[in-house]
Design a protein around this ligand. Structure first.
Ligand SMILES: Nc1ncnc2c1ncn2[C@@H]1O[C@H](COP(=O)(O)OP(=O)(O)OP(=O)(O)O)[C@@H](O)[C@H]1O
Ligand SMILES: [Mg+2]
Length: 246
């Protein structure tokens, strides 16, 4: 679904952000992307959304190489991706309901169906009462929930969520994380960037850490490594029992 092969990326030629980032996310996975502020989490999400180009290596999204995709095809790819941007990117002169509906209008649904879905998703993020408000009139957490609603409304194949709970209290965070879990259960592949450990601790879900421009830690890999160690230890005990010199 998502693949990064030895990806490098620099916004300025002498300042590499990613140097050898590798990542493979299968369809239907839920993966946390973590790492310190400035590590490159947002940059990875921007690569997947074709907002920036890699300076080296390959980025594949749903089988498409983002370096080879024509500018005309980018909107088609983006229709299948829901994004919660770290800075929300809401349209200030459109109402909350209009901001959320944007993700559906390009799909050509009827007005009635759009209104129905907008009302439902706004209710899910706890903002039904703010539908006619404008983003500048909302709190940071409310704006963030509008961004979440907009990203989820079209049931995207991939959800890219960048610190989607950064402005939310504990209860609202739990509600929003549940919505992401539900979307994932319905088949959406989720990549969620955060440096808040509390979001992924004890979830048992896969965690990938970005550090010094690389993906250095992957909880799946760690489990595999532990398992390999365990098996190696077990077989060496077996050999000793078998009377071989230690
Ligand atoms: N448009 C840009 N132009 C130049 N440098 C940039 C730009 N965007 C990001 N950077 C730099 O790239 C590095 C990685 O930024 P990025 O936003 O990917 O980090 P992050 O892991 O998302 O951090 P945070 O946790 O603070 O959101 C940082 O050093 C940042 O200053
Ligand atoms: Mg970021």
């Amino acid at each position: 679904m998502i693949q990064l092969f030895h990806v490098s990326m620099a916004y300025q030629p002498d300042q590499p952000v990613l140097v050898d980032a590798n990542l493979q996310v299968e369809k239907g996975e839920f993966v946390y992307l973590t790492g310190q502020s400035g590590a490159g989490k947002t940059t990875i999400l921007k690569l997947l959304f074709c907002e920036v180009q890699p300076t080296g290596g390959q980025v594949l999204v749903m089988g498409r190489n983002v370096s080879r995709i024509s500018p005309r095809s980018i909107p088609y790819l983006r229709r299948k991706i829901g994004v919660v941007f770290q800075d929300f990117r809401l349209l200030p002169r459109r109402t909350v309901a209009e901001n959320v509906a944007i993700g559906l209008e390009i799909l050509g649904l009827s007005r009635r169906e759009i209104d129905r879905r907008v009302a439902l998703v706004l209710k899910q993020v706890g903002l039904a009462h703010r539908a006619r408000g404008f983003p500048p009139q909302l709190s940071g957490g409310e704006q963030q929930r509008v961004a979440v609603a907009r990203a989820l409304i079209a049931e995207p194949a991939i959800l890219l969520a960048d610190e989607p709970t950064g402005n939310l209290d504990e209860d609202t965070t739990r509600d929003i994380m549940r919505l992401f879990g539900d979307a994932n259960a319905r088949g959406t592949t989720v990549l969620l960037a955060t440096h808040d450990r509390r979001l992924f601790e004890r979830t048992g879900r896969r965690v990938v850490r970005v550090e010094a421009g690389k993906t250095v830690f992957d909880s799946d890999i760690r489990l595999e490594a532990r398992e390999a160690e365990r098996q190696a230890a077990a077989s060496s005990v077996g050999r000793r029992r078998g009377g071989e010199p230690v």
